[in-house]
Design a protein around this ligand. Structure first.
Ligand code: SF4
Length: 382
């Protein structure tokens, strides 16, 4: 397999749990950095305040949880425990703030624990609208974003103007468009770009300024499109479930080695939240708020107007997927609730599916390999 020349440095950057790229950025610019927990963050506003948004999504299984277990229960998902461990071991010392959203009780609890344990940081919990059908939701969210903007202005000393917000919206629109191109490659010619490589290219966004990530994606797409790689008789699958905690890289690799092409997934939601560009006219915060309500991807942690079951069947058809791998993080209740819902929809449509459970620290993948190989054979020889 041909690989991008810069892939090893992308991997190094994405998996750096000491966040040294953030420290370098701060030293060079004198700016502040704001961490954000999955699955959504208004990065445009953080950037407009002259700060670096930093995605904090756990620790890739690279950390032993020693301190976090004294603050959160050991039966919560890995991403909550290892994100806290990153903080308690000083690895997030470059962050001047941390933002959480109301995705589930675990995230809600974590934001409280964070506030108590890191009093020197700005800790913000964004209350996003749950009832997205109400006409008041957009106005409410615009005010919540305004409130958040005010907190960032106080911390940074930078008055956030409309121009810098529009600039941020445009550059993030461009980043999302490039990520969509990566996903288009995965749908149309998945043999050109392995799932784990596509994932690393997206995840690199967590630790770099958006402009640098845009350049990385542009260079990578040109290189990937020029590849000559033979296709294999793999089964096309949707990977559902890892919308918040991210599965180990090894798991993505094994899924494809075992005979699947992951043609779409729920990974890296923060960077793929909007299904189309955020409009660049009117009022920027209103535009972000409207887009959150009207252009959001299907997500287990957000109320959907459309019935989830119908949406999932439609998604399958669009992606021309032959089956579903439902890959849920251990102890993630929102994912498990959706599994029950999706299972019924898939069975009604006679779509084959397989449920896999993962956690950050898992190291034995042979069972997963066997399960996926059996799943693939069951489709091939049906
Ligand atoms: S992995 Fe699931 S339970 Fe854990 S914080 Fe994310 S949504 Fe909540």
């Amino acid at each position: 397999m041909q690989q991008t020349d810069h892939l090893s440095s992308v991997r190094e950057l994405a998996q750096d749990v000491s966040f040294s790229a953030v420290a370098r950025w701060k030293e060079e610019t004198g700016g502040k950095a704001i961490g954000h927990f999955p699955v959504f963050a208004p990065q445009e506003i953080i950037r407009a305040a002259g700060m670096l948004p930093v995605g904090v999504m756990g620790a890739w299984g690279l950390l032993e949880v020693d301190y976090a277990d004294s603050r959160v229960q050991s039966f919560v998902c890995s991403v909550a425990r290892t994100t806290l461990e990153l903080g308690l071991t000083g690895r997030l010392k470059e962050l001047d703030g941390m933002v959480f959203t109301d995705i589930c009780d675990v995230a809600r609890n974590l934001s409280g624990v964070w506030k108590r344990n890191f009093p020197e940081m700005l800790v913000e919990y964004l209350h996003l609208p749950q009832n997205v059908t109400s006409a008041a939701s957009v106005v409410y969210l615009e005010r919540e974003l305004e409130r958040f903007k005010g907190k960032l202005e106080d911390l940074s000393g930078v008055k956030v103007g409309e121009d810098s917000l529009w600039e941020g919206i445009e550059v993030y629109n461009h980043q999302r468009e490039l990520l969509q191109r990566i996903y288009r490659i995965r749908r149309e010619s998945p043999w050109l770009l392995p799932a784990d490589e596509a994932y690393l290219l997206g995840r690199a966004a967590a630790q770099m300024p958006v402009e640098d990530h845009v350049s990385l994606l542009e260079r990578s797409i040109a290189e990937i499109e020029a590849r000559t790689v033979k296709s294999r008789d793999n089964i096309r699958v949707l990977l559902l479930g890892p919308f918040c905690e991210q599965p180990p890289l090894e798991l993505l690799r094994i899924v494809e080695e075992s005979g699947c092409y992951v043609v779409d997934d729920e990974l890296l939601q923060t960077y793929r939240w909007y299904t189309s560009a955020v409009p660049t006219n009117g009022n920027p915060l209103r535009s972000l708020a409207e887009s959150y309500i009207e252009r959001a991807r299907l997500s287990s942690v957000r109320y959907q107007v459309r019935r989830r079951r119908e949406a999932i069947v439609e998604w399958l058809k669009e992606a021309r997927a032959e089956g579903v791998l439902f890959c849920s993080a251990k102890f993630c209740e929102p994912a498990l609730y959706d599994y029950v819902l999706y299972k019924e929809a898939l069975e009604a449509e006679s779509v084959p599916y397989l449920h896999l459970e993962f956690e950050e620290k898992m190291s034995a993948f042979e069972t997963v390999r066997m399960q996926v190989e059996t799943f693939v054979e069951s489709i091939l020889f049906a």
